[in-house]
Design a protein around this ligand. Structure first.
Ligand code: CO
Length: 178
């Protein structure tokens, strides 16, 4: 079931989420709904707080190229991260980010290049994994959501000013559509 995605400046997005303690049907329904919501909104990642649930749950489903070089998003690539913690990080890189909670705005953000994380899957099994590239970036973006932070807060003063200007325009345009 598709849930509503809350957007900036909704104060709920500032909530620090809590760890999942029960790996039960309720969690599985949340994960399934998050997947439906992310796909419906053309996202590659989603944190539970974006559907107003303050739990340390996030999902990522990157796109890939199929045999005919077409970019596709396949459910096989979906990874569910529950109670994720970054245990090591290395290097620096910059990537243009966007967010379903800050629609239609994209900007370069600096983050660690490689991260090692500990997390649990929906059955409650613990995993440790190391990620590089877009997966590392997406994870850091979503983990920030769990800590009540948005990517726009990582922008420099000037870029933040640019965001505020553009955001007013985006909101105006959205209102005009309705
Ligand atoms: Co986001």
């Amino acid at each position: 079931m598709i849930r509503e995605v809350i957007t900036y400046p909704n104060p709920k997005l500032r909530t620090v989420s809590k760890d999942v303690v029960a790996f039960n049907d309720e969690l599985h329904t949340l994960l399934d709904d998050m997947y439906d919501t992310m796909i419906a909104k053309n996202g590659i990642g989603l944190a539970a707080i974006q559907v107003a649930v303050p739990l340390n749950v996030l999902i990522i489903n990157l796109s890939r190229e199929d045999e005919s070089k077409e970019v596709v998003q396949v459910k096989e690539d979906l990874i569910e991260f529950i109670n994720p913690t970054i245990i090591e990080q290395e290097g620096v890189c910059t990537f243009q980010e966007g967010c379903l909670s800050v629609p239609n705005f994209y900007e370069d953000v600096e983050r660690a290049k490689i991260i090692k994380i500990r997390y649990f899957d929906r059955a409650g099994n613990e995993h440790i994994a190391t990620y590089d590239g877009l997966m590392s970036i997406a994870l850091q973006h979503e983990i920030d959501h769990l800590q009540g932070r948005l990517f726009i807060e990582k922008l420099s003063y000037l870029k933040r000013k640019k965001f505020e200007k553009e955001w007013k325009k985006i909101v105006k345009e959205e209102k005009a559509k309705k």
